[in-house]
Every structure is written in structure tokens, then in C-alpha cells.
Ligand binder design. Sequence first.
Ligand SMILES: [Zn+2]
Length: 575
Amino acid sequence: MPYNDEQMATDSVQEIKDKLSIMDVVGAQVKLKRAGKSLQGLCPFHKEKTPSFHVNPDRGSYHCFGCGEGGDIFTFTEKIEGLDFKGALKLLAERAGVTLVYSQPDKNHDKRDRLYAAMSDAEQFFVHGLGEDTPAYAYAQSRGLTKETIEGFSLGFAPDEWRALLDHLSAKGYTVQELLEAGLIKEADGKPGTYYDRFRGRLMFPIKDGAGRTVAFTGRTLPTSAKVGEQEPAKYLNSPETELFKKSAVLFGMHKAKDAIRTRGFVILMEGQMDVLHAHQAGFTNTVALSGTALGDAHIALMKRYAENLMLSLDADKAGLAASAKSAEMAIRMGMRVKAVRMPLGKDPADVISEDPKRFAKMVTDASSAIEFFLAILGAGESSPHRLVLAVEKTVLPLVAAIGSPLEREHFIRKVAERLETVPEAVREAVGRIKSNTPTFPSPQAGNVSIPAERQSQRESLELLLRAVPISYPNTPFAKHVESEYSRIVVPPASQIHDVPERTVIEVGVTFGEDPGIDAADDLIRRFEKLVLNETYQAVLSRLRSAQATGDDEAAREAESTCATLAKQIASLSY
Ligand SMILES: [Zn+2]
């Protein structure tokens, strides 16, 4: 009974199951070999050398005897793509050529559906505005974008009018409240009740989630859009955070890049949308961009879902390098292998690729590990050996300290020692000092890094109990309440929400009895929230310490204020 809290689309679910076999869906990700009645392969959800992952074509199910993961094509897609059920449904429906029929959308989901629909209609409106004879189209072409790229990424144009989109979507039946919540319109300053379009006179880039649903936009001004005497507007404007758009968890282009990332085994990370468009256009389809935010833990977890190797291709100016160093450190700490492409000074990837894609390909091939990259860059710019030591200590050693494998760490300690013409012992000691100053508490999203066992088991058992509620009490206000609280606390919600052991389901039934009140689990929820907040707090604290150690004042201030907010939240839960 895995989907009984999702009344919608039950017909579509069956239709998709009829059209897509488990072998189609799992076989696209896992090499399967026949073994008797079933098929087996290496489990994609845990690391193993001998196959314990079994697929049963007759039952349309899979099960791993190594890690216990199991389910059908929907749970598989949710887990491997990091999607919620609806996202997996949309993805599989597209693959199966099935049109989704929503029978009885419930209130909560209905609201999100309307926001998704508003974003999709807005995208259509913008795409329609980018006719081939418009100045915006000419501008896109002048930046070297082909028709195929413009269409493939659904670029659009927001007309330079105050209420074009607002009028269009109102006529389609969306309320002002919905458009505000979607971040598409704004209320005029000092004129309550007066609303206008957020994006005006801009080339529009839709930002999509893993299922290809539009969740936000970036709008870029056209070169001529400032009228004489007016202040030049910001070149890039992003959607605000909304219920659909958490900027710390979305990477531009991931929807199109993830398959290539998986098959090529690495992800290229760039700074802006334009970089990604040029990269994909030239065949570097495993490329994504940050688009205006700093790299965070959730971004890294998202990339790591598809590959463990990260190729940083950020701008080569001073700010770009500092950002690269910080990004590299975080990604290494979370277990990724990080290389960096050496960009020519003053050029961004879009420039290099549009001038000569082969040159960029060579830069990717020649890219060295992030540690060697920074050693080389710092070495090239520094004539004083003493200042070089200080620069290496500040930028490179934190990267070395972040490496989890002692052997690999030792390898780089020797490299650094060689470059500084000193003994490895000295480097080892400096690295050791950094390590002891930065306790490696994992972030909640960090996945496979170890969490202190006791705290983890407490959190896990609470989490299982909460997840079992919708299964034990399907379609009740109690279950709805617990579900919405759960997804408020764990962002993004864990994907295998239905994957709960039978005994936990029974335990929950016994705990809450036959007809629990809506708040029956609130005590439990509160304890769970506290544990999750505590984990986040520890992760931010370690970020604060490493920022202090590297002298990154801005990051330190940011982490400090996050710590203070979290501490307040935790205190408010400890009654
Ligand atoms: Zn497994």
C-alpha cells in the first residue's frame, strides 16, 4: 500500500507500470545479469563489490540484501533521482508517454501543484515572448547561442511592461496570492494592493528541479534596456525563495546534465547560466551552474548523487579563486574528489568555449587536483618564499586537511612539502593542527559520513516512527499533519518516505491507538526537530571554525549568525 496517501494519479500509476518494466527503469542505471528467475547487479544505493541487488521482473520489484533498499519503479526513481513521489511520477510518465490524470488532489498537494502550474504557464508566456524577430532573440544569438540551445533550455523574454504577466496569468485563473507565492509578482512599495511583474524587459532562464519542473527564473537585462537618465538595473535578477525554490538545493542545468554526469563520472561546475548554455552547446553536457549563490552542502549532496568527481570551472579573478578554494574544501570534506580547470585570467568558461571548444576540452583533460591547482597558482604569483608559505597555509592546507583518506592526505602532504622545499613532517603538523581545529561534524545532507552512533540511532528511530504514521493512518488529518511537519523539518524530504519496516508500522499503530488526535505525535516531532537542528548546528559550527582558521571573515560572520539563529530555535524547542 505504498501510495495510499497519494490519491491522485492512481490510474496513471498503473498505466505507467504497464508500459515500463522494472528492467527498463532499473536496467538504465544498473548493469543486470540473469540469475535464475531474477536478475542481479551491483547495488546503486550502497558500495559493494559482489552483487546483492536483485530485481524480480514478475513482481516488478527490486531488493538489496546488502542495504535493505527495495521497492518498485517509483521508489527506485525517487531514490536514485532524489525526487518526491510526484517528481518521480512526472519523470516516468514522460518516459512511458503517459499523460497524467489527477483524480482527487488533496489540499496541500493541490497548492503546490498550482504553484508549479503557475511557473509552467509563466515559462510558456516568456517563451512565446521570445520570437525570432525580437531584439531579445537577436541578443541571445549575439551571445553565440543557437536556436537549439535557446529552445532546449526554454529561454524566454519578459516584456518591458508593468503587468503583462500578471494580466496574462490572472486571466488564466491564478490569484494574486498564488502569483506572489510563486515569486512572479511584487507588491509596489508604499502602495499596498498594487502589484506588478517582478521580471520586466529581461531575457529569461528557467531554473528547473530534478524532474524538470520549473521552480524559479533568472532574468538578464538586455544591453539597451536602461532608458536614458534611469539607473542601470541589476544585470541578473533571480526569483526569491519560494515553497518550490530553495536556492541552496538547486543547480542550474541539473535536469539536463544528470544523465551525462552519471555516464561520464564527473560533474563540471560553472558560475553562470550563460556558461552552462555554452558548455552544453559544445557537448559538455555534464555541466551545471550555481547561478548567483555560494556553493552549499545541499548542492554538493545533489552532485554527489550522480558522481563523486567534481570539476570546478569557476572564473579566474581573485574573488572567483577564493570561492573555488572554499567550494573545493567543502566538497572534499563531503567526500568528493575535486579538480579545477585553469581558466585564462579575465575570461569565463562561456568566452573560452565559444572561442574554441577544443581548447576547453583540453583544459578539462589537463585539469589537476584542486590542491595542485592552487599550489601552482599561488606559486606562479609569488616571488617571496615566506609569503608563499603563508598563502599555502591559508588556502591549500585546509584542502589537504579536509581529505578523509589518510593515504591520500599523506600523498598531498608530500606534494606540498616538495613545492615548499620543506620536510613532510612540518606540513603534516600544520595539517594536523587545522584538522583538530575543525571537528568534522557532518551536515544533515552529507549522507555517508559518520554521525556519532548514539545520536544517529535516536534520530533514525524517531524518523522511522514519523514516516510510519502516514502508512498506519492513511488519509487522516493526523497523517497529513505529521507529513507536513516532517517535510518542514527535513529539507529536502528524504525520498524513500514509504520505505518503513513492517514492525515500525505496527509499533506506531500500538503507540497512537485507534483514533489519535491531530497533535498526538507533536512531542515526538519536537524531539526529532531538535536532533535535526542540533546536527545542522554542529555542521555550521565546524564551518565557522574552518572560516576562522582560514581568515574568511565574511563566511565566519555568516556562519556565526546562522549559529545564533539555530541556537535560538533549539532553545525554543527545549521547553
Ligand atoms: Zn544495497
